[in-house]
Each structure stands twice: as structure tokens, then as C-alpha cells.
Design a binder for this molecule. Structure first.
Ligand code: PEP
Ligand code: MG
Length: 540
């Protein structure tokens, strides 16, 4: 047995023969040319052919994975049309007197390298798209042949890397799993694998020379592990797991597109919690009716400087566009406690969960807060964006936030920048907010109950401390009464209220929450269909 561990892109189990895709790197020859204009004409014709191919790939993808997953091929078409891209290739052909294919390869590599160096993980992953369009042009210019996926036996594909167009052109029925040596979980190939529910692993440190087509392998997407030449015990285990998985999958799949409504007619909204753009694909794949909590602080983590307004605007705008008109609730940054961001240079505190965090930081550092608000206000013009303020304890904080908002709107107007004010919501995650929820409800558009923090503050127990597990009762009456009180106060003033803490995904409480009148549950994407199933089977 040969076992390798890497990053899991889509959780699932597969067992079957391997098909190795080798030598997929284009070896482009550099040739000196006489007439640059002839090469440029060839390039123009290749771009036109590539556009036609991409139109077909888009249509095929639309059938397989729907509009949001296919959109990348429209983006590829736009990239091909981008003047910066083709004029750089023209320049290279003219100045270096080289053949078009070589100019495409070198320009593609340098643009891809530029993307790879960007700080934003999402932008870094776009390098694969540049390589994909350049590879397509080279294929056309060099007359190379596309791989015939249709003649393939159902297999586990093992490759150095896969481009988005290769991934989407695969016949889903023939692909048991994907395993690549390179690639990132945020690449479009990874996103497409998730959309097509293909168990997939990336960043697997294997030597392709040691793996052969026809070898048997087991892919375990839960453990992020692939085993070549597995023993009989592992094979039997994989078979049993994949039978179970298939049964559940079919059952849940049939609930996509259905309403989240109880047998006696109470409808609730089932939204997804996400921390990045790539998580939105999980949300869509699991038929989320919206995004109920986008934890924006993840944009601030793992880096030394603050994300710029433009960077944030692009992310929020893209989130709204990916959800195509469905609501996206973005929480303003909730740094502090367990989420430490270098850029804030926070000093160590005795009691960080009760310290300088969430909205407290935003009110003390209004410049950082305003940058995020400007990005959100601008992005709100592109879809249904709402925002949530974390760690609220008082009415006074809301008034202070509204003063800052007014200043932001004035600045945007003065600069002639188009914006829309998003709906204003707050996290109810402190006992104080619950106790004054009657007053808070009059000042905001909606509530979202953060049961993770609400439980730790109500029980006075650190949510991170494993030693307290036996005492940490998340179904404690005190917490449930707080939720009930918040719902009643929100409804008294005609405001909607959701739950976005982990408790929202607790199937033992789904019925109770609906009976309390909770309007929305926002949960980890993989729980959406299971909750919908439970909701549809219950009477309240
Ligand atoms: C919560 O506290 O319940 C919540 C959703 O926020 P976080 O888990 O990010 O603190
Ligand atoms: Mg919280």
C-alpha cells in the first residue's frame, strides 16, 4: 500500500482504477519569425476559435452544474478579450520576433506569476485561469488534440494539475475522484469538483512516475488521503462507506429546489454560514436560500496589513453576484478573542473573550471600520447585501455606528461614488443585548442570534475550553429562554430574527426554534439539506 495525505476539496469516498494524466505541460518551441503580422493574424484567429470553444464548454457546463459554476467560462471569454492580455502578446511577437504560441506561453506565465504573488488567496487562485486560457490558445495554435474524456472507463483521475475546462468537460459518470499533485482548494477546478460532488484531493505529494494507470486506489475525502494498491480490509471499508454515502446523498439530493416548510405549513429560511468566497460554492451546492453569516474577519487574518477598500469591495461584490439576488448577510469584522489579526497588533489580555473585540475595536478605530463600511456600501449596489454588527451590548453603540455611517455616506456622496445602504442588523450574542432587545429592535432591521458567544457568556464558560465540556450544556434552559425572549422582542417590532450560531444546526432543537417563531436558521452548508428534511417532516 502507498498512502499520501493532502488537502481535501470535496468530502467523499471513492474506490476504483487509476487513470494517470501525464505530460500535460505544453512544451512550446521558440521560433524566430519573419513576419510578425502573420503571427498576429494567426493569434486573432486562434482567439476567435477559443471563444467558440468556450461558448460550447459554457453550454455543456450550464447543463451539468448550473449558472454560477459555469460563469467562469464567461470570465475566460472576457479574459481573452482583455486588451492588456492580447496587446502584451502582440508586443512580444513584434519586439522579440517570436512565434505566436511562444508569445502566448511566456505572457501567460508572467501574468499567472503576477496573480500567484497577490496577497488575496482568491486572486492567487486566478493564476490557474490565466494558464487555462493560455493553454487553450496554444492547443489551437500548435494543433494539439484535446483529451477524449468520453472514451474513458470510470476512474480516479491522478494528474499533476487540472484546468477548469478539463474538469468541467469530464463526464461526471466516469470520474470517481480527482487527485492532483498541485492545485489549491480555492482554484476553479476545485470549486467545480465540489459543485459536481466529485471527491477530490489537491496538494498530494506523490511522484507521478510511481503511479500507473490501472492501479487500484481508495480516495478518502474525509481524511484527505489517497491509498494506492489498498489491502482487502481498506477496500471493504471503502465499499461500505460509499454505499452509505450514496444512500444519504440520493435522499438529500431530492430536496434541492424544495421549500423549507413544515408539514403544517410554517416556512423558514435556510441560509449558509461562510468565511470566504470559495465557501459560497458549498452554500450553492447545498441549495442555500441565502448567506446568513459571512464572517468578514477572515479577510483580515493571516496577513500583516489591512485589506484595502478595493480588495474588500471586490470580495463583497463577488459574493453578492455569486448568490444572484439571494440575500448575503456580511458581518463587519469580529476580531479579538480567538481571532487575532496581526495588522491590529492587539496586546495580550487577561480575558480576551471579554476584552477588546468585535464592535468595540471598530468604534475605537473608526478608520479601519469606515474602510470596510465604504466597501460594503459600494458592493450593496450589486446585489442583496445586508450587514450585521458583532458583540453589541447597548443602544448607545448603535447610535455611534449610525454616526459613522452618516459620515461614510457623506464621503461617498462627495466623491460621487455610487452606493446603496444595506439593511442593518445586529448579532444578539451577549446577555446584555438580549435583555435590551426590546429597545434594540426599534433601531435595526433584523437580529441574528449568535448562540456560540451567547452560550459562553450566559453560562460563564469559555467556549474554547475543552475541560468544561461536561459542564457546557448548550441546551441550557437559560440559553433557550434568552433565544425566546429575543424572538418575542424582535417580532413585537415587526423585525425578522435568525440564529447563526452552531446551535442553529442542532437537529434536536429545530422543532423548538420553529415553534418559538425563529424566521431563519443559518448553518454550515453541509447541514442545510438535512435540516430541510427534518423541517419538511415536522408539524409545529
Ligand atoms: C456566535 O457567536 O454564535 C457566532 C455566530 O459568531 P462567532 O462564532 O464567529 O463568534
Ligand atoms: Mg460570536
Amino acid at each position: 500500500m502507498m498512502q499520501f495525505k493532502g488537502k481535501s476539496v470535496y468530502k467523499g469516498i471513492a474506490l476504483g482504477p487509476v487513470m494517470v494524466l501525464k505530460g500535460r505541460e505544453e512544451q512550446v518551441q521558440r521560433r524566430e519569425i519573419e513576419d510578425a503580422e502573420v503571427e498576429i493574424e494567426m493569434l486573432k484567429s486562434a482567439i476567435a476559435q477559443a471563444q467558440a470553444q468556450l461558448e460550447k464548454v459554457y453550454d455543456a457546463a450550464l447543463q451539468k452544474i448550473g449558472e454560477s459554476g459555469s460563469a467562469i467560462f464567461k470570465v475566460h471569454q472576457m479574459m481573452l478579450e482583455a486588451e492588456d492580455y492580447w496587446s502584451a502578446i502582440h508586443d512580444r511577437i513584434r519586439t522579440e520576433k517570436v512565434n505566436a504560441a511562444y508569445a502566448v506561453a511566456v505572457t501567460g506565465d508572467s501574468v499567472a506569476e503576477m496573480f500567484e504573488k497577490m496577497e488575496d488567496e482568491y486572486m492567487r487562485a486566478r493564476a490557474a485561469d490565466i494558464k487555462d486560457i493560455s493553454g487553450r490558445l496554444i492547443h489551437i495554435l500548435e494543433g494539439s488534440r484535446d483529451i477524449d474524456w468520453s472514451s474513458m472507463e470510470p476512474s480516479i483521475i491522478v494528474a499533476d494539475d487540472l484546468s477548469p475546462s478539463e474538469t468541467v468537460q469530464m463526464d461526471r459518470e466516469k470520474i470517481l475522484a480527482l487527485v492532483t499533485v498541485h492545485g489549491s482548494p480555492n482554484s476553479h477546478s476545485a470549486i467545480l469538483a465540489r459543485m459536481m460532488n466529485i471527491p477530490a484531493l489537491v496538494d498530494i505529494p506523490l511522484n507521478l512516475e510511481e503511479i500507473h494507470t490501472g492501479m487500484l486506489a481508495v480516495v478518502d475525502g474525509f481524511k484527505g488521503e489517497v491509498t494506492f494498491e489498498p489491502d482487502e480490509e481498506l477496500c471493504a471499508d471503502a465499499r461500505a462507506k460509499s454505499r452509505e454515502e450514496e444512500k444519504t446523498r440520493r435522499l438529500l439530493e431530492s430536496l434541492k429546489g424544495k421549500e423549507s416548510v413544515t408539514a403544517d405549513g410554517r416556512k423558514i429560511s435556510l441560509y449558509a454560514n461562510v468565511g470566504s468566497l470559495s465557501d459560497i460554492d458549498y452554500a450553492l451546492q447545498n441549495d442555500a436560500e441565502g448567506i446568513g453569516l459571512f464572517r468578514s474577519e477572515f479577510l483580515y487574518l493571516g496577513r500583516e496589513s489591512f485589506p484595502t477598500e478595493e480588495e474588500q469591495f471586490q470580495v463583497y461584490k463577488q459574493a453578492a453576484q455569486m448568490m444572484a439576488g439571494k440575500q448575503v448577510v456580511i458581518r463587519t469584522l469580529d476580531i479579538g478573542a480567538d481571532k487575532q489579526a496581526d495588522a491590529f497588533a492587539l496586546v495580550r489580555e487577561e480575558n480576551p473573550a471579554m476584552g477588546y473585540r468585535g464592535i468595540r475595536i471598530c468604534l475605537k478605530q473608526p478608520d479601519v471600520f469606515k474602510t470596510q463600511l465604504r466597501a460594503l456600501w459600494r458592493a450593496a449596489a450589486f446585489g442583496d447585501i445586508a450587514i450585521l454588527y458583532p458583540m453589541i451590548v447597548s443602544v448607545d453603540e448603535i447610535h455611534k455606528i449610525y454616526e459613522i455611517i452618516q459620515a461614510v455616506e457623506k464621503e461617498l456622496e462627495a466623491a460621487g461614488i455610487f452606493y446603496k445602504r444595506p439593511k442593518q442588523g445586529i448579532m444578539v450574542e451577549t446577555p446584555a443585548a438580549v435583555m435590551v432587545s426590546d429597545e434594540l429592535a426599534q433601531l435595526v432591521d433584523f437580529f441574528s442570534i449568535g448562540t456560540n458567544d451567547l452560550t459562553q457568556y450566559t453560562l460563564a464558560m469559555d467556549r474554547q475550553n475543552g475541560k468544561l465540556d461536561e459542564f457546557y450544556d448548550s441546551h441550557h434552559k437559560a440559553v433557550l429562554r434568552m433565544i425566546r425572549m429575543t424572538v418575542e422582542n424582535a417580532h413585537k417590532h415587526g423585525k425578522r430574527v435568525g440564529i447563526c450560531g452552531e446551535l442553529g444546526a442542532d437537529l434536536d432543537l429545530t422543532g423548538e426554534f420553529i415553534r418559538m417563531g425563529v424566521d431563519e436558521l443559518s448553518v454550515v452548508p453541509s447541514m442545510i439539506l438535512q435540516i430541510r428534511k427534518a423541517v419538511r417532516e415536522m408539524n409545529v
